[in-house]
Design a binder for this molecule. Sequence first.
Ligand code: ZN
Length: 263
Amino acid sequence: MMAPHGGAGGRPCGAAVRDRHARAPRCTARIIRDATLPAQPSDSTAREEPMDWIDATLPLNAALAAWPGDDPFAYRETLTLRAGDDSNCASIALGVHCGTHLDAPYHYIDGGTTVDRIDPELLIGPCLVIDLRDAGPRIARADLAGKVPPGTRRLLVKTRNGAFLRDRAFHEDYTAFSQEAAEWLAARGVRLLGIDYFSIAPFDDPRPVHLAILGAGGAALEGVDLAGAAPGAYEIICLPLRIEGSGGAPARVLLRRAAAAAS
Ligand SMILES: [Zn+2]
């Protein structure tokens, strides 16, 4: 399924890539800088505030566990300064449900919304993090009692999965939602449901739990790293790659404590 990779260092296709870069030198880097950092100071000591965002994104690297049967993350250098090229450049390959990622309705529903068409409003805004490390391996509705106030639209649960989220081996016995818990959350209005392993649903029966959330027009945020996030109210920014027609995409996820967000 995965496109074959070149040899070590990717040298076989290096010449072709180098030619392409020769036609458009440093074009991409310049566009990004102009679009996002119009007044970037050259002196890094001019930074105004310390970062108060928690990066809840797993780093993409070769040590990341992959869902059984999915393509793992692979990174292949295509240009390197050390080899005499005029820049460092690389290609990546990965399953769309690799690492920290978002499930769109299309993942389980034919004709459902694909990840490129999800309303950003669902992915950015107030978010609640709750601690369910004493629950599992099936999170029951009773485990959620008193922890999810009415009006909660975005919910991330911190579970015992955090202990092995970064393991290279895949753990089939991860903690996940039961169907009754997922359906209760959906009925309560939760539309972005996240967990600290690669599925919100049990390994041996993924469909009902996904359908409870995705069927309500929601999305699942899976593989979110909550090790640095104490339970409480946050602002979330979740930005999945805009992969057209896909049921999932890797996402960058940032959390900021609600008090800091309001100041
Ligand atoms: Zn997924």
